[in-house]
Write a protein that binds this ligand. Sequence first.
Ligand code: NAG
Ligand code: NAG
Ligand code: NAG
Ligand code: NAG
Length: 551
Amino acid sequence: MGKPNLLLLALISTLVVLVQSEDPYLFYTWDVSYSTLSPLGVPQQVITINGQFPGPRINGTSNNNVIINVFNNLDEPLLFTWNGIQQRKNSWQEGVLGTNCPIQPGTNFTYKFQVKDQIGSYFYYPTTSLHRAAGGYGPLTVHSRELIPVPFDWPEEEYIVLTGDWYRKSHTELKRHMDNGKTIGRTDGVIINGKQGKGDGSDPPMFTMIPGKTYRYRFCNVGMKNSLNVRIQGHTMKLVEIEGSHTVQNVYDSLDVHMGQCYSVLVTADQKPKDYYLVSSTRFTKTVLMTTATIRYTGSNEPASPVLPEAPTGWAWSLNQFRSFRWNLTASAARPNPQGSYHYGKINITRTIKFVNTAGTVDRKLRYAINGLSHMNTDTPLKLAEYYGIQDQVFKYDIITDDPPADVGTKVTIAPNVITGIFRNFVEIIFENHEKSVQSWHLSGYSFFAVAIEPGTWSPEKRKNYNLVDAVSRHTIQVYPKGWAAIMTTLDNAGMWNMRSLLLERNYLGQQLYVSVLSPARSLRDEYNMPETQLLCGKVKNLPFPAPYSS
Ligand SMILES: *[C@@H]1O[C@H](CO)[C@@H](O)[C@H](O)[C@H]1NC(C)=O
Ligand SMILES: *[C@@H]1O[C@H](CO)[C@@H](O)[C@H](O)[C@H]1NC(C)=O
Ligand SMILES: *[C@@H]1O[C@H](CO)[C@@H](O)[C@H](O)[C@H]1NC(C)=O
Ligand SMILES: *[C@@H]1O[C@H](CO)[C@@H](O)[C@H](O)[C@H]1NC(C)=O
């Protein structure tokens, strides 16, 4: 993985006007192409970035400016999103079809964003077509600034573990299935950093550890369908970070990592010097799919034991593990003040929104929905239509309601799904899952407090079970079958933000929506102007540039 050029602003101040002046820049140039690789041992078409799968690591420090010049050498339009990067005032860079026109084949586009006030483990992935089923994802890590204390010692090394399920079929074939109204069914295997281990001692080591040293492993579930359990033979894992928050440092034998989630753990090489397997296996599936990666103690010549540590079973274990995750109130995150100085539990809720994931058919084709509405992408991105003031020609706000009726699961309709949020409102969002499979939700633009996950259905009395003190501030949350989850957040980031199911099939077939949060004053304090370099398409292609926001 190539190191980015790190230049000081003084050298290049003319290049970028949007981003803050004093912070360093990270530059990347990406060639996005198809390659033939064999993640599951059989050659297939994979999306690589600069020839790599997973793609290159974006790695920096809080407040760095990230500039990525993406050359689309695929044969289809392309966008990338930066899962978990909040894009303060800047949904222009979100990289989903509701905010951006896609990058056409044979052309390039430059993303410019700042990882403002964030630390932690994230990943990026392509959001267009079904590209994610062909890879194209990679890690994005943000470190604390030098003077800000981190609640653990700098590890000997950091290891990225992007793990996820995988299909043998190409993304075009999978997409054809869904476009014809069918499900794409079960995945075929699990991979770690693009590879399925043979698990017979013949795989070269993916990670090495020096006896006595401590390593940070950053796990992310970048798959499409399944929750995964990760564990390391003979070793425990000390949890230190979840999606940008420093946690209370509990020790675990294994971790459930649901779709789209990231966790950092510390692992100390304190066992007999030999090889050990890192295992990643599917949860809640009849047939368990799994893979291994080899961790070698330096100087070892003893293979890993073929006896793999068992995965936990059942939902209850997973739910209890969620409940054990706590924000470390006294640790710093991106800012020097302690995380717990923001007392979210004392803020009055101004709005409660309930989202129920539903499924059904429209014209005999399978669709997935939120509160009965299945999202449809538009030729003119929602954000652009709104900015140019022509939203009435493209979509309707608030088709769904905050409190869906009890029979919401019985009917599905298709339309752009956009709800409005009032700038700076403190909202409570309930996710109810009446279905039989685990759900995982991501909200872009924000981090939220994951205050509860429980079985059954939600009612206002359930608020007494919320963790209002030290729930982890993060950006994804799982919801177990026949269960619910509650999150809280302040809508203080103006923009058009995607809330999505991270299950690829559900997402592609409409289980996502957008939250439009407008700056009431159209002020530059709240939101950046559309960059002059923004790609234009659909109805706004030839319209005059709208009046800029005022400062
Ligand atoms: C990632 O960035 C941090 C902070 O700039 C740096 O200390 C670290 O060496 C980088 N790691 C890699 C693998 O580039
Ligand atoms: C495309 O790449 C060229 C060469 O690096 C660069 O000068 C140009 O600004 C890029 N265009 C866009 C739209 O990002
Ligand atoms: C929380 O962070 C503080 C400050 O870095 C650290 O001293 C403490 O050990 C951490 N607490 C737990 C329970 O992890
Ligand atoms: C929250 O609501 C309570 C009861 O309605 C009220 O007494 C209190 O002043 C409110 N607090 C804030 C910070 O608005």
